[in-house]
Design a protein around this ligand. Sequence first.
Ligand code: HEC
Ligand code: HEC
Ligand code: HEC
Ligand code: HEC
Length: 404
Amino acid sequence: MRMRLIHRRKEKMIMSKRKRSIINILMRVCIGLMMISSAVPPVFSQGEDTYLLPENPMTGADIFFKKGCIECHTVWGIGKTFGPDLTQIGMEKDFFKLSGALWSHSPKMINIMEEKGIEKPVFSPQEIEALLAYIYYLGLIDELGDYLRGEEIFTNKGCSRCHSLGGSPEKAGPNLDKYGRYVSPVYIVTALWNHSATVSQAMLNQSFTPREMCHLLAFIKGNAANPEGKTVYIQPGSPRKGQKVFMEKRCVSCHSQQNLDLQESDLQKSLTEIVGMMWNHSSSMWQEMKSRNLTIPRFDVGEMSDLTAYLYFISFYGKKGNPTRGEVIFKEKGCFSCHSKEAIDAGKGIDLKDIPRSSFLELISAMWNHAPEMEKMVTEMNLTWPRFEKNEMKDLISYIQSMK
Ligand code: HEC
Ligand code: HEC
Ligand code: HEC
Ligand code: HEC
């Protein structure tokens, strides 16, 4: 009897052990699936390389300081003014255009650096990526709005009918004082977005031109009661996390490469402009969502911040380069005079087929790191320094990659 009991207990223990291990396996599968579903796909591929969006574009700020860019360039009014201000350049140029601009200007930079005794910076591929991601990212941050224009909007768009500010008497909608302490407009745009689907038609019918939201915020800041003088900053948005938000909130169910491709939209704009674009399209978006039984997504402030960073970074790498065009550029820009078979045979060239590096980040950093040497040769041989515009750098790199 006793033996049997022990036996049974043992059996039970074995059972529960087995159960536990099954549960364990199931849990692992679940976690695995969750990890797969939360992993973001690469946004750009060329040759064998695939690229993810940056996790935190602010890491490049450190490189911008350490490599001495700040000795000649200003961002947000900080830095020296030997070179142009770079605060807004990300709005016009993507990764490849920025690297083209950097390359095109390098003889002038090198000259000033030599005069001033600044050491010419050398970059690893990762550093180039981080640095350009940072410069690009600056364009997403809104410039300060105009108080007087904000006041006009607050009245003309009817906000003042329903919302009080500072000491003014309470109205139908909530008092907006708390928005006065936020540095970033992301708080107010998130609140507006979350309310716009449920609140009054009056708010829903509002559309905003790009800068209006910033002006509005400048006015609200100027008028809000903020007795403790509190200021709230936000962690800068992460493009990679934003890509996850985009997937989780089911934006992908309508926007893909095949359908309503957002890469075709010009989203290389500031945060409030991007939300403005979402907002202005919201009635057709919401209709479409209703017909598909999707609920209108709500966001917390962090999610909105990441999402807009993602939307902004959709254009970071852009589309693939064109190697055929790249070959023409290679000839036109005089790369041929040092990297052709004749030049190599004459002992004064380098065969780019043989170089061990091949990803575009490696090629761009290699070109940059060799620029001083090339510059000397270019001067000696009486050639002009090749400059790159538009997508020329991208096409050129894809041609060099195709040589292999
Ligand atoms: C010694 C001064 C100096 C330093 C240091 C310097 N630059 Fe420049 N940079 C210039 C000048 C001058 C120009 C404008 C050149 C021209 O017009 O040809 C320029 C132009 C540029 C441009 C193109 C701007 C445009 O509007 O097309 C970019 C991008 C740039 N620099 C980025 C950088 C980065 C990144 C660093 C740090 C690695 C850096 N620069 C370091 C002087 C400098
Ligand atoms: C017809 C009245 C009405 C008008 C006009 C209106 N709002 Fe609202 N608003 C509301 C109401 C009511 C709420 C609260 C809704 C809720 O809590 O769900 C609200 C909520 C908000 C919120 C979120 C407040 C919070 O802290 O939760 C913001 C921000 C806001 N409105 C800004 C604006 C701006 C900016 C305008 C002008 C463009 C505007 N509203 C126009 C009625 C209005
Ligand atoms: C049910 C389908 C659907 C879903 C889900 C959806 N959208 Fe849209 N989206 C649309 C439609 C339709 C348009 C309008 C296209 C037009 O007018 O050209 C649009 C337009 C946009 C635009 C403006 C594009 C432009 O060129 O001006 C942005 C930005 C955008 N959507 C972002 C998002 C984000 C972010 C999400 C997820 C939170 C999302 N969409 C979810 C259907 C959808
Ligand atoms: C005046 C001669 C000259 C011209 C013109 C020239 N290069 Fe070079 N290039 C060189 C030399 C020399 C090196 C090798 C430098 C070294 O190894 O330190 C080099 C190196 C390179 C490298 C790096 C190879 C490696 O080792 O990783 C690339 C990429 C490159 N060049 C591309 C180009 C492109 C693209 C052009 C046209 C825009 C061009 N070069 C124009 C002389 C030139």
